[in-house]
Design a protein. Structure first.
Length: 109
């Protein structure tokens, strides 16, 4: 058995879990925060049998998309007499970071 941990954009999380469940996988969402933008994301945990890992990874690949957006970086510390407004920066968000762990034992009560 394997535990698949996927860190995904919040916008993709619900669709990912629904897609996993349609294919018979169980999944749990944990709300998390982190990354460059310090924005909300979601960690999706799914326990799958060894022969189902590739199927689950394909669902993740199809459900989690990268996109670009513009963000305003925080202005650097400046003197009160200076006014410097940084230009918005285009960044890529979304996609998925996926880890697959061996599970020694799993029980359901």
């Amino acid at each position: 058995m394997k535990l698949i941990m996927s860190i995904v954009n919040t916008d993709d999380a619900r669709g990912l879990v629904e897609a996993l469940m349609r294919k018979g996988h169980r999944a749990t969402i944990i709300s998390t925060t982190g990354g460059f933008l310090r924005e909300g994301n979601a960690t999706v945990l799914s326990g799958v049998e060894d022969d189902q890992v590739d199927s689950a990874l394909e669902i993740i690949r199809e459900s989690c998309h990268t996109r670009t957006r513009y963000v305003n970086p925080l202005p650097p510390a400046i003197e009160p007499s200076e006014l410097h407004m940084p230009m918005p920066v285009e960044v890529e968000v979304g996609g998925a970071t996926v880890f697959v762990f061996d599970v020694e034992r799993a029980e359901k009560f």
